[in-house]
Design a protein around this ligand. Structure first.
Ligand SMILES: Nc1ncnc2c1ncn2[C@@H]1O[C@H](COP(=O)(O)OP(=O)(O)OP(=O)(O)O)[C@@H](O)[C@H]1O
Ligand SMILES: [Mg+2]
Length: 235
């Protein structure tokens, strides 16, 4: 579904990504792990068209996405959930979700798509008319994921969704990601510093260090490697 080949990104003299290659499949979660500054956010921002690549390519369903505008990539069904739970605080929960539908869903279908999001996240339905600024951290994370799902995406790019959430809410979030990708061909690239949680749900894992892929393997194999955990994963 997503094919990344030799991707390099520079910010002036800073080499943020160096020849990164990997694949992400539909119906599966690919986690991208690594310490602060490893290049995780840069990778997602490059895939969604917000940062230009210096070399290499990324393609989605056989179509090249590197070099295309963020709107064009979003219309293909790539939905980016950025760092930091960016809900629009002045809008209600319902308005935030409706915004998500504007990208890819026809006007007549938008209400039904938002209702589907409420089926998955009943807590959001209960607060649909409340301003997003009144939500708890876990509810905000639900809302940003809900808004991304309202685009009817085929690939979700998630940047540290567990940051600042309690262990229980994090576990719920991971279970939700698992369910979302289990059925209908949705794929996810999950960037996390919380390696233990991410490895518990992912189907494939890559570890970035200083912009390079240092390991790509099955999550169970990474979790079982004490040296790797100590060096790169912090647990
Ligand atoms: N806009 C920018 N201009 C210059 N350098 C940047 C910019 N954004 C990131 N960098 C640098 O690129 C490298 C990768 O940063 P990036 O934010 O992608 O890492 P990260 O793995 O997401 O880190 P974190 O875990 O802290 O979120 C770092 O050296 C960072 O300082
Ligand atoms: Mg980051």
């Amino acid at each position: 579904m997503l094919h990344v080949e030799g991707l390099s990104v520079r910010y002036g003299p800073v080499r943020a990504l160096e020849s990164v290659s990997f694949e992400a499949r539909s119906g599966s979660i690919t986690t991208v792990l690594g310490a602060n500054g490893a290049g995780k956010t840069t990778l997602l921002r490059t895939l969604s068209g917000l940062v230009p690549s210096h070399q290499g390519t990324a393609s989605f369903d056989g179509q090249r996405i590197t070099g295309r505008a963020p709107e064009a990539i979003a219309r293909l069904g790539v939905s980016h959930v950025p760092e930091g739970r960016g809900v629009i605080a002045e809008l209600t929960v319902d308005e935030n979700l409706r915004l998500g539908t504007f990208v890819r869903v026809r006007r007549g279908d938008r209400r039904a798509v938002v209702d589907e999001i409420y089926e998955r996240f009943p807590q959001l339905r209960d607060k649909r008319h409340r301003s997003a600024s009144t939500l708890s951290g876990g509810e905000r994370q639900m809302l940003v994921i809900g808004r991304a799902l309202a685009c009817r995406p085929r690939l979700l790019l998630l940047d540290e969704p567990s940051l600042g959430l309690s262990p229980i809410v994090t576990a719920q979030l991971m279970a939700t990601l698992r369910e979302l990708t289990a059925g209908d061909g949705l794929g996810a690239v999950l960037v996390e510093q919380n390696a233990r949680s991410a490895l518990s749900v992912a189907d494939w894992a890559i570890v970035l260090n200083l912009g390079r892929v240092v390991v790509a393997d099955r999550p169970a194999r990474l979790a079982a490697d004490a040296d790797l955990r100590r060096h790169y994963l912090g647990f």
